[in-house]
Every structure is written in structure tokens, then in C-alpha cells.
Design a protein around this ligand. Structure first.
Ligand code: COI
Length: 357
């Protein structure tokens, strides 16, 4: 179909690449980006790879007013033998469409999106950093563009992909982070948008995060919005607990993000014969287990965060110091295995990686 023909406009003014030792998360962007338009009568059309740069939008564009937008986060990794791999990219496009459904945004063709992403990354191959712990972060997103202040879904959208070479998400690399358990503000409730990757879920957490940071915490752990008792997720990652030899994570209940790293960790642990119990987990019960000396490890999982060990949880003035602020054995093994698969160092027996060629 002609409207799906990918047009490529090369950037003739290439930028310098950043030094790879300390790349801050999400602040540097590559030379090209991808844009595809949507219009009700035409569907998704005119896919293009163009030089990275500002786009022009009407000040009344609906994205600015009612936040009808969704996004994804994925990564491309360099292998030692010079290949570039994606990690389960089909799961991201599947989730993008799930988020879009919740936000009344028309779905994209998942196969086409993956095909075009591969072409974009092929063009930007030199931007995939090679230093251990680095990768090319991929941010696909859709914005609503009708110039219209009436509340309701837009009839035009832009689907875009931008790329950013990154190091670790939390400054300090694979070091255990300190997390505040939030018991005042709410991230999501059942029936809301918690399971979708949409902008408002993140910006509505800034106030709580700012308060937590003032007290020396890196992020917040959200509790359920009704009873403020059941553990949900951290601002940028899902969360796992190793308690008395067993691994637990909050069950997906409609207000927790269906993390792809979360899913992969569960599958990986299962493949090692370690079951993961997905259940409703109360913070007071976690605290009791902590007081009984049973909480062995806590770690977050996410595309950006990878595996981030948690060294301390602060809940209502009580400190839970986890594994003496040290990286736990299981967290380290999971980090090594998942990053090993992603970078081609560990055999991909679960068939998760997709090579760009
Ligand atoms: C990711 O892990 O890719 C995310 O989207 C989390 C984030 C908001 C940085």
C-alpha cells in the first residue's frame, strides 16, 4: 500500500555522539526520528524517517489539554560480536495497543511498527553504545493532534519514535536504591489508567516523588488507591520480594503496569525451577516479615531500570534495611542473566531477542 511506503529523509548534519562512560538517562537524542500520521478517513499513513528535530503543533492540539497520549520504553543492545539486538519488541507493540485502547487511540499495525523500528535502528546503528551497562533507549509514543478544546478523542494523531543512548536509569548504576512507601498520594485505582503507559500516570506522581527525594529517597513505592495497604509498583519499575526463600510480586490487578521485564523475570525464574507467587501483598505484612528477619531481597524491574536492587524501604517513619544495603545474590544473578541475554553474552534459550539486520 503506497500510504505505508516508508520514506527516509537523511540528516546531513550529524551530531557528535556522547562519551559512553556516564550517559545520563534520556537527555541525548540520535540524528533521526520516525513519524507516522493518523487521520480518521485515511487510517495510519505516511510513515517517515526524518532528521531529529522540533515538530510544529497547533496550540489547541488535544495532547496539550487532555493528555490523550500513550508511550512505550524499549532498548537496543550491542553485542560483543557487533550485532544489535532488541528484547521482546513485539510485547511492547502489543502493550502500546492495549494502552491505546484504554485512551481511545486507534491501534497501530504491530508488525509494521516493528519493521519500521528495525529500519530506524539500522540507520542509527552507530548510536547504540557499546560500554557495559549502556544501550539505546527507544521511546515510541502517540500524541493526539486535533486543534479542538471539546473533551473527546482526537481524529488525528502522530505516532513517533525517538532514540536516546543511555546508561543506568538511577544515577550510581547497579547500586541498591532507597525507596519511600507512599501513603498519602495515589498513582492509580482499579478501573483507572494504571495499567496503561500514559503520561498522566507519571506526572501525577511528581509531587510524591519530590517529597520523597527531599528525604533522600530515589523514588516512591505506590500502594493501592483505596486502602493504601496493598503494594503496587515503584514510579519507574515493578517490584519483587524474596521472603523466607520464596519470590513474590504484586499480582496484575488492573492498576499495575504489565511490565515486560517483570514478565521476563517471572519466566526466567520459572525456567530455573524457582516459582514466583503473584499475589496481593500488604505493606504491613511485609513489615511483619521484615521484623521477623525474613525479607531477604527486594528489587525493581523495568526496561529503563533493568534490575534495580532496593536497599531500604521507608514506610510511615519505619526503615526496612534490606540485605544490609547490598546487592542480593538473586538480584545480581537476574541482572547478569537478563543483561547477558540482551547483549548476546548468555544463550537466548527463551528466544527473546530480535536481531537488527
Ligand atoms: C521504561 O522502563 O521504559 C519506562 O517507561 C519507565 C520510565 C517512565 C522511564
Amino acid at each position: 500500500m503506497t500510504t505505508y511506503q516508508l520514506e527516509v529523509i537523511e540528516n546531513t548534519a550529524k551530531k557528535d555522539k556522547p562519551a559512553q562512560d556516564q550517559i545520563p538517562f534520556g537527555q541525548t537524542f540520535t540524528d533521526h526520528m520516525y513519524i507516522m500520521e493518523y487521520q480518521t478517513d485515511k487510517g495510519w499513513h505516511e510513515p517517515k524517517i526524518v532528521p531529529y528535530g522540533p515538530i510544529s503543533l497547533d496550540p489547541a492540539a488535544m495532547i496539550f489539554h487532555y493528555g490523550q497520549t500513550v508511550f512505550e520504553g524499549m532498548k537496543a543492545y550491542h553485542t560483543e560480536d557487533g550485532r544489535v539486538l532488541l528484547f521482546r519488541p513485539e510485547k511492547n507493540f502489543e502493550r502500546l495497543n492495549l494502552s491505546s485502547e484504554r485512551l481511545s487511540i486507534p491501534p497501530i499495525d504491530e508488525d509494521l511498527a516493528l519493521e519500521h523500528l528495525k529500519q530506524l535502528i539500522k540507520l542509527e546503528k552507530d548510536w547504540v553504545p557499546k560500554t557495559p551497562g549502556t544501550s539505546l533507549y527507544i521511546r515510541p509514543y502517540i500524541i493526539s493532534t486535533d486543534a479542538n478544546l471539546a473533551v473527546g478523542p482526537s481524529s488525528t494523531y502522530k505516532y513517533m519514535v525517538i532514540l536516546s543512548p543511555v546508561g543506568s536509569y538511577f544515577p550510581g548504576g547497579l547500586q541498591p536504591v532507597v525507596i519511600h512507601v507512599e501513603d498519602k498520594f495515589t498513582r492509580a485505582v482499579k478501573g483507572g489508567t494504571g495499567m496503561a503507559k500514559t503520561a498522566g500516570n507519571y506526572s501525577s506522581g511528581y509531587q510524591a516523588q519530590a517529597n520523597a527525594k527531599k528525604e533522600g529517597n530515589a523514588d516512591v513505592l505506590w500502594l493501592d488507591g483505596v486502602e493504601k495497604r496493598y503494594i503496587e509498583e515503584v514510579g519507574s519499575m515493578n517490584i519483587f520480594f524474596k521472603i523466607d526463600g520464596e519470590v513474590f510480586t504484586p499480582e496484575l490487578n488492573g492498576s499495575i503496569l504489565k511490565g515486560i521485564t517483570r514478565m521476563s523475570i517471572i519466566e526466567l525464574l520459572n525456567s530455573w525451577g524457582i516459582p514466583v507467587t503473584e499475589k496481593r501483598m500488604a505493606i504491613d505484612e511485609l513489615y511483619e516479615a521484615y521484623q521477623a528477619g525474613k525479607v531477604e531481597e527486594v528489587f525493581g524491574t523495568g526496561t529503563a531500570a533493568v534490575i534495580s536492587p532496593v536497599g531500604e524501604l521507608n514506610w510511615q517513619g519505619q526503615k526496612m534495611i534490606i540485605n544490609n544495603h547490598e546487592i542480593g545474590e538473586l538480584s545480581q544473578k537476574l541482572y547478569d542473566t537478563i543483561t547477558g541475554i540482551q547483549t548476546g553474552k548468555v544463550e537466548d534459550t527463551l528466544d527473546w531477542t530480535v536481531e537488527i539486520n
